[in-house]
Design a protein around this ligand. Structure first.
Ligand code: G
Ligand code: MN
Length: 388
């Protein structure tokens, strides 16, 4: 879909010419007594169509004055119009402009939305083809030994105008179906990287990190999800246990039964399932009840409040105990301070992720965390590493 509006400058020129034209026409035809002032409806409607109600109003007022005091009733005898006559006409101009603007507003809004979406889709598609999308990895640290137990794959768009986070382009991707291409790209990248890390870890004699990938809602109901994940594991040689699929409970999951079935299939493959942003959705416990969950990510909104609010402290403690009862591993997201690490450790949380440990970084940089150099972070004395 190509979306073009008459450029502003050209539209203003057309508007001015049409208004002056109507005035000249009225004069040439001998004045306001004939039907010619109706020619002003043209610029009034054009103003309303192109510039909305304000454009309609401005054109109507200018036209009303031009067709009124600035136009003879009869050019031949130089008789002016009566005030009531031209004011009545001005009122009609204003009314017509406003009605046209009002009627078009609705249609234009949806056309504009379609245009914006089509443009964003074209741009994102081009970005994908140009290789502008990349994956950053945010380490997950095991508090027991400071090792990088995992690294969450997070997609970024290295747009020529500057880096764009997923919230800037995933909504477009979801609305246009490009989400499947983005999802396939992230999955392939993450599996390839996880396998690379597995080999490095084996050589270094450390445990290989798992790579959690965020699964968009649209992917969770796709029939070929399990097949595609399986194919990617085969293609890269990555053992399924090192892949983890994160399901965000905040995401609108359209078909719970279908999603639950797909997640069970994936789990049968050996892929781990994480429930992301736990506690922020409307049905956290119901998701936990219905989905096969290995890892529960405690949302950063609770972690943020750990120190300041005794309620948050109690809730995080309760979530961790619940996980223990259910045989699920809790992970605290959005850990931003050493004090939070200390508290989480006291509460029995083994895995942490957040800016205090590491920002999402390029794979090469994240590789450094494979060797447990994050030990001082784990001891609770470290400063969060700088971005990238
Ligand atoms: O919903 P999910 O957990 O997948 O979100 C990951 C996002 O959270 C990433 O965009 C990442 O940059 C951001 N993030 C990761 N760690 C932190 C943190 O410690 N604090 C805040 N505010 N955001 C974080
Ligand atoms: Mn996530």
């Amino acid at each position: 879909m190509r979306c073009v509006a008459v450029p502003r400058g050209r539209a203003l020129t057309v508007l001015a010419l049409a208004t002056i034209g109507a005035w000249a026409l009225t004069f040439a035809f001998g004045g306001a007594s004939v039907i010619v002032p109706h020619a002003y409806y043209l610029p009034v409607m054009f103003g309303a169509v192109r510039f909305g109600w304000r454009g309609g109003l401005a054109t109507a007022l200018v036209s009303g004055v031009l067709a009124g005091p600035a136009t003879w009733q009869s050019a031949a005898t130089a008789t002016p119009q009566t005030v009531s006559e031209w004011v009545t006409r001005l009122v009609f101009f204003v009314l017509i402009g406003q009605v046209v603007a009002w009627m078009l507003d609705h249609t234009l809004r949806s056309v504009n939305d379609d245009c914006a979406l089509a443009t964003a889709e074209r741009e994102l598609g081009a970005g994908l083809r140009a290789g502008e999308l990349s994956v950053r990895y945010q380490p997950v640290v095991d508090l027991r030994d400071g090792a990088m137990a995992g690294a969450e794959a997070l997609v970024r768009w290295d747009h020529p105008d500057g880096e764009r986070g997923p919230d800037r382009f995933l909504p477009t991707a979801e609305q246009t179906g490009l989400i499947h291409d983005v999802g396939a790209f992230v999955l392939a990248e993450a599996c390839r990287q996880a396998e690379r890390w597995r080999r490095i870890a084996v050589d270094a004699g450390v445990a290989p990190p798992a790579v959690p990938v965020n699964a968009p809602a649209a992917e969770l109901v796709a029939d070929d999800l399990t097949a595609r994940v399986g194919a990617e594991l085969d293609a890269t040689g990555l053992p399924a246990r090192l892949l983890c699929l994160e399901v965000t409970e905040g995401a609108l999951i359209t078909d719970l039964d279908l999603t639950a079935r797909h997640l069970r299939e994936l789990r049968d493959l050996g892929v781990a399932i994480a429930l992301d942003d736990f506690g922020t959705g409307y049905s956290s416990l119901s998701y936990l009840h219905r989905f096969p969950v290995d890892l529960l990510k405690i949302d950063r909104s609770f972690v943020n409040e750990l120190q300041a609010s005794s309620r948050a402290h109690a809730m995080v403690g309760a979530i961790i105990r619940m996980c223990r009862e259910l045989g699920i591993e809790p992970l605290a997201e959005g850990v931003e301070s050493a004090a939070q690490v200390t508290t989480l450790r006291q509460l029995g949380c083994r895995y942490v992720q957040g800016f205090h440990i590491a920002r999402p970084e390029r794979a090469e940089l994240a590789t450094a965390h494979l060797r447990p150099a994050t030990a001082d972070v784990v001891r609770g004395s470290g400063h969060g590493p700088r971005e990238r």
